[in-house]
Design a protein around this ligand. Structure first.
Ligand SMILES: *[C@@H]1O[C@H](CO)[C@@H](O)[C@H](O)[C@H]1NC(C)=O
Length: 130
């Protein structure tokens, strides 16, 4: 019984070493808080904006590169990939508002984990915005 326990413990610490994290702690998921756009944001199509997020207290990031994709009605709009190949720890990336029908959208930040902004508006011309 004792030798079984030792064997099991050894196996656990071995797999922990292989996986790079303690076997008994849940996988660390980092969902950086998107600080822009917010619910009050209005983007005008074809204009440039910065998507920003909070990079304080990042875990050991396994995938350092991020992706920003448009999201609408709960669906990720893969045909509107706004930015990719930037470093997730940069905390911001400049994007061009996609040429879409006006409405409510959000952006998904993908990297070490996925996170999305609140819904905000995209309008077709500056005259439609406040
Ligand atoms: C985005 O941020 C960069 C770096 O702070 C800045 O140089 C650039 O002007 C910003 N772009 C917009 C559209 O605000």
């Amino acid at each position: 019984m004792k030798s079984f326990t030792i064997a099991a413990t050894t196996l656990l610490s071995l797999s922990a070493a292989v996986l790079g994290r303690p076997a008994d702690s849940p996988a660390e998921v980092w969902a950086p808080h998107i600080t822009s756009p917010t619910a009050e944001t209005v983007w005008t199509i074809r204009q440039k904006y910065n998507v920003t997020w909070d990079t304080s207290n990042p875990p050991k990031v396994t995938n350092p590169f991020g992706l920003v994709v448009l999201r609408s009605g709960g669906d990720t709009q893969w045909n509107h990939m706004l930015a990719y190949g930037f470093k997730i720890l940069d905390g911001s990336v400049q994007v061009t508002a996609p040429d879409v029908n006006g409405g409510d959208y959000s952006v998904v930040l993908m990297g070490d984990s996925n996170n999305w902004s609140p819904d905000f508006s995209i309008v077709s011309s500056a005259s439609n915005s406040i």
